[in-house]
Design a protein around this ligand. Structure first.
Ligand code: SF4
Length: 190
């Protein structure tokens, strides 16, 4: 089974072609300003988060763990989670997203994927997690049976794409291509 990363799920849901450029015909992607800003902002957020209470997550108390490397042989999936909280004997994944807009579907399933990795790591169910967006807003994401199924189906689709070695069609939403780090390699994107 091809070992995949949680970011592959996020990327596939953004545009399947990115998987092609990652595994089938690897290219050197361009580092965009957005990516650079994301790394710097992540470091600041880590420092801020360490000093905060758990009230914003609706917990009286808890323990935070940062940048945990996770791997599930069952799913053939690995990833590094921004943060997770252990509170009242339960576990909650937290992802930081640098945007003031509501998280899109690919961010939601990225979080669900981390929840599934945490379940295998701790051997306990994860019921929900959080996406932390700029300005301190926290969005709760439920980890439902359907969401778990969607993640597993996406992993199958990614592996099939890699196996077939065919370049997928470009995304229909042209706006996605504007700030895409793979844009230079898409001859049909103007
Ligand atoms: S430029 Fe557009 S079509 Fe090409 S990989 Fe990026 S999002 Fe997909």
């Amino acid at each position: 089974m091809l070992r995949l990363r949680v970011t592959d799920i996020k990327q596939y849901l953004y545009c399947p072609r990115i998987i092609y450029f990652t595994y089938v015909c690897p290219v050197q992607k361009k580092v965009t300003r957005k990516m650079q800003y994301g790394t710097e902002a992540h470091l600041e957020l880590d420092q801020l988060e360490k000093r905060r209470t758990f009230r914003r997550y609706n917990f009286k108390d808890g323990q935070r763990k940062f940048h945990t490397a996770l791997y599930s042989p069952r799913l053939g999936l690995q990833g590094k989670l921004d943060m997770h909280i252990i509170a009242g004997g339960d576990i909650f994944p937290v992802e930081f997203k640098h945007s003031s807009q509501k998280p899109s579907l690919n961010h939601k399933y990225q979080l669900v994927s981390y929840a599934m990795l945490l379940e295998d790591e701790y051997n306990k169910p994860v019921r929900y997690g959080f996406i932390y967006i700029d300005q301190g807003q926290i969005i709760t994401v439920d980890v439902t049976p359907n969401a778990r199924l969607f993640v597993k189906e996406t992993l199958n689709k990614i592996r099939l794409l890699v196996l077939r070695e065919l370049m997928p069609n470009r995304v229909r939403e042209k706006g996605k291509c504007i700030d895409c780090e793979y844009r230079n390699f898409c001859g049909d994107v103007r």
